[in-house]
Design a protein around this ligand. Sequence first.
Ligand SMILES: Cc1ncc(COP(=O)(O)O)c(C=O)c1O
Length: 373
Amino acid sequence: MSLATPTRNVPFFNYRGAFAQDREKFIEIMTNVLDRGAFIMQSDVFDFEKNLASYLGVKHAFGLANGTDAIQIGLMAAGLKQGDEVLFPSHTMVATPAAIHMAGGIPVPVEMGPDHMMDPGDLERNITSKTKAICPVQVNGRTCDMDAIQAVCDKYGLFIVEDAAQGLGSKFKGRCAGTFGAAGTFSFYPAKVLGCFGDGGGLVTNDDNVADAVTMLRDHGRREDGEIRSWGFNSRLDNMQAAILNFQLESYDSVIARRREIAAQYQAQLGDFDRVVLPPGPDNGDHFDVYQNYELEADDRDALQVFLKENGIGTLIQWSGKAVHQWEGLGMTGAKLPKTEKFFTRCLMIPMNMTITDEEVGYVTGKIREFYA
Ligand SMILES: Cc1ncc(COP(=O)(O)O)c(C=O)c1O
């Protein structure tokens, strides 16, 4: 260990810090909800839905129980049927294919491109007569090349449900993640860029028929007037979480700006360093990234992670270290995805959050350089 630089504690994500940052305000919001006895489907949920729809420029927004339900409900509302195949990138949380499976579909994993996103060039070879939809994942706070994905959908008559769990506010050609397909879905898990203090999810759509179906699917098959029209789930966004999200959404743009600033610092401090491959920088053409995560590729990744840990720096290998198709219990190990598999031997996420200081960013990059020296 270097004597020159003292060891510090730079957590990967500071859960207590997320609350402590605005402690008084959060307590005021929660007390207000409790005093009103406003627990399920009260004004805070409807306000949040209105605010989210207006933030994204879409017609309908729904607060749901979590981001996984949102994908499943989105697929069902868009018309997925038993046995339909849905293409998804294997570089994602198991939640994406799990939602496809639970909606009755068959998840078909596809490759990632050099920007870590679904590779549109790998879609066509995976299309069969049973393929009905594509579920692009706006992973790490970046939006896929939606033009290329849409072109494949147009050619084969497929629909899109976007898993934008990590992508709220990210854009492709000026258009927000979540707004491209039949439905777009979000997670408000505490470590997300827009996070609450428990589970939470959202779904947006411009399609009135999809919106009608979601209204019923998330609330026991009931319409707003109480009439039961179909089978449904209980997947409502908790009112307390909605109140917190409403407050967080007010300053969301400044949160994105700070995360982009951190990404620019990583880029400036490590961009010339050939032992790591960085994710695309914040000045990247058609894309506007919100940096849910900062995921790099590193030589000697496992030893680097141990070294950083010894120096007080928290890191994470995403999705427990494997692409989805590599988990034997899920029955997709036959998929041939060499680029994705290679990536999972090299990927590492370094701290990207709202509590890290500029000085700590410098400490992290200094330690990465020190490791290779
Ligand atoms: C890409 C992706 N999809 C889906 C989910 C599921 O969201 P939730 O945990 O809210 O169910 C997550 C959550 O981490 C995610 O990162």
